[in-house]
Design a protein around this ligand. Sequence first.
Ligand code: IPE
Ligand code: IPE
Ligand code: MG
Length: 253
Amino acid sequence: MTESVHAAERQGVTQPVANQPRHIAIIMDGNGRWAESRGLPRIEGHRRGVGTVRMVSETATKLNIAAVTLYCLSSENWKRPRAELDFLMHLLEQYLVEERRTIMDQGLRLKVIGRRDRLPENVIVEMNKTLAMSDSNPGTELVLAIDYGGRDEITHAVRELAREVAEGSLHEEDIDEELVASRLYTVGLPEVDLMIRTGGDMRVSNFLLWQLSYAELWVTETCWPEFTREHFLSAIGDFSTRQRRFGGLSVNE
Ligand code: IPE
Ligand code: IPE
Ligand code: MG
């Protein structure tokens, strides 16, 4: 952790750090293992994880982070047992209703990325309400990746571009990186600067495949229910000291 983050923590305040990330993406992993290691059902880990989401959105707001993307459900997570999925949907609906007040108080702008067609109707209804209500909020963009898969997102974008070419509204030679990015679910968001994964696994699990190109990675063994503000500030502090080269040479060379 950098000195400035340490000092801020000692004073009980969280303030923006120099060179802090604009967009942080998080793989909130390890809920099940956290619960199982305590002899609890896996869903208890998911339940506890909601508290960590609250901490992250509050801290990001205080730090004035432009966007935080949270991996809530991957397109592959549908392989899980029905009971666990039902609980996750229940938790999601509850979050969208119960956190509405906090989202508004903190001025967060909610955004949801991923497929919508496989989500239950009641989740969609509450999601749309919270999306509409927070739409013009000025604060941190809180992006929930739900039924999200990086490959699915790219496939979706390719299909859209192919349709435009077939219709004649787009020329094949006009397709460049910027145009592809404009057809992704993350259009309008800043580049992902920092990707945090809890639970210790060193993989991206189909998360933001295009957007992570030059993101800095930060992995902790700590499981999501136990990920604290101190861990979060530590990741941000660490990021602020990283030297990013984007394929070029460092500034002193
Ligand atoms: C992450 O925790 C939450 C979701 C995938 C919904 P896991 O449920 O994957 O927890 P572990 O990785 O099995 O411990
Ligand atoms: C990634 O975690 C998905 C979410 C955190 C929502 P997984 O638990 O699904 O990833 P794998 O299966 O360990 O790669
Ligand atoms: Mg997992």
